[in-house]
Design a protein around this ligand. Sequence first.
Ligand SMILES: [Zn+2]
Ligand SMILES: [Zn+2]
Length: 230
Amino acid sequence: MIFRLLYPPKCIMCRTIMPLKTEICLCDECFENFEFLESSNCILCRKSVQCNCLEDFYFKGCYAVFGYDDLVSTLIKTAKYGGRPSYFRTFGSLMADFFAKNINENIDILSPIPLHKNRENKRGFNQSQILADKISELINIPIIDDLLIRKLDTKPQASLNLESRKNNVSDAFIFNNKYSVEAKVIMLIDDIYTTGSTINACSKELINRKAGKVISLSLSSTTMREKIMD
Ligand SMILES: [Zn+2]
Ligand SMILES: [Zn+2]
């Protein structure tokens, strides 16, 4: 509490001081700038009608709060590379809010997409874990942060085209044998959904271990750009 009095929460965009118990550190004015995705639309094709986008994937639900527009991408980059990991607590609160309003699933376990230890040590945090911790705290679903382990230090997905992305991550994850996920519904948490290769590689591991269902919730989602280029 003392810490909060000395360092009150501030709007992550304009630094306006916010009320002490604020979970979403965005003032009303800045909040207006965000464009939320339509929760009932498929985040891959953005269509509202039934589509086949997830047919070839191991995960059977896919949600994102925002598109990857200039505002969201700038904030994510600042948070990740500009030493502002606390932004992800605000984003995690937005995701929890989105979940409560839009996702009608009984989730047993939240599982953040792991970073390779080398990269996590270098960055000092795993953004997906901060997001998942906040969601877990606000909607009361247990998180297991080492359910999956990233065994390969893959190249950053952003630097690759679609085909290379798939190959880059397809064997990057292993299931942690300490746990059982039999018949469990698992929600994977990530900051940016692009082609689905990473989420799919994680989902494959979980389904192979008899998970009942895997869905994903990402903070943001890019459009089909990469697929169109392909
Ligand atoms: Zn503001
Ligand atoms: Zn679709």
